[in-house]
Every structure is written in structure tokens, then in C-alpha cells.
Design a protein around this ligand. Structure first.
Ligand code: HEC
Length: 118
């Protein structure tokens, strides 16, 4: 008896998950891509953001200069550049293990926030 109830519940859950839309899935990936969320650095719409400000002494002039650590804007790139950016994270950006399909979804998601595109 119990086993039926459990299967019914599981079936229900699997069924319910069909109701999340592609956009919801993409948003979920963007905010929680099996690692730190892209939004934490690139902003909720991929508009880019300043991660930190710090001061660094200019070796020549000995003057302390304001520096910024910036995550670039990513909602206005072409797909190739976007993919290379995600897969080839070089310095500060963490490496992710996302499938091609997931990267495509992420791309479609952030590109929607590109306000300059008309
Ligand atoms: C810890 C902060 C951080 C997180 C989290 C992060 N990024 Fe980045 N990202 C950066 C920085 C900084 C760069 C600039 C290049 C570098 O330092 O690697 C960058 C570069 C990129 C680029 C290349 C931009 C270009 O103009 O070539 C893309 C695309 C990108 N990130 C997408 C993503 C996506 C998608 C996610 C989530 C799966 C993500 N990033 C998570 C900080 C971050």
C-alpha cells in the first residue's frame, strides 16, 4: 500500500517538474549553476558589476590609485564569445561544468536582458 503512495507521489513530482518553463530553468541555472551563481558577479541581468574596489600603489609615481575588480557585461555577446567565456574562464571566474545545452539556455536567458538590442 505504502509503496503505491510513494510511487504516486514521485510520479506527481516528476509530472509537476514539466511545468517549469524553459525560462525558469534558465534562470535557475543562471543563479545556481552547480557552483557560485553567475548573478553574483555579472549582475542579475548580465549587465556586469563591480565586484570589489581596492587601492594599489603605482610603482612609478608612488601614488595610491583606486582600482576596481569588474565582472564584464555578458548580455550583449554573440554565442561563440559567450561559450568561450564560460568554458575558458581564465582568472577570477570559476570554471563550470555545464553542458552545451545548458550554456545555450544561459545565453538565451541573459540575452533577453540586453536593453540595447531592438
Ligand atoms: C566570481 C565571479 C564570477 C562568477 C561567479 C562568474 N563570472 Fe563570468 N567572468 C568573471 C570575470 C572577472 C570575467 C572576466 C574574465 C576573467 O577574469 O576570467 C568573466 C568573464 C565571463 C565571460 C566572457 C566575457 C567576454 O566578454 O568575453 C562570460 C561569457 C561569462 N563570464 C559568463 C559567466 C556565466 C554564464 C557564469 C555562470 C555560469 C559566470 N560567468 C560566473 C567573473 C565571474
Amino acid at each position: 500500500m505504502k509503496i503505491w503512495l510513494i510511487s504516486a507521489l514521485l510520479y506527481g513530482a516528476a509530472f509537476a517538474s514539466d511545468f517549469i518553463t524553459k525560462n525558469e530553468y534558465a534562470k535557475m541555472l543562471y543563479q545556481n549553476p552547480r557552483g557560485i551563481g553567475c548573478d553574483k558577479c555579472h549582475g542579475s541581468g548580465g549587465e556586469g558589476s563591480v565586484i570589489a574596489k581596492y587601492k594599489e600603489e603605482n610603482k612609478k609615481t608612488k601614488v595610491k590609485e583606486e582600482k576596481e575588480l569588474v565582472a564584464p557585461r555578458i548580455n550583449n555577446l554573440d554565442l561563440e564569445t559567450f561559450k568561450k567565456g564560460v568554458l575558458g574562464a581564465r582568472s577570477m571566474m570559476p570554471s563550470y561544468f555545464l553542458t552545451d545545452e545548458e550554456i545555450n539556455l544561459l545565453y538565451e536567458y541573459v540575452i533577453n536582458f540586453n536593453k540595447d538590442k531592438k
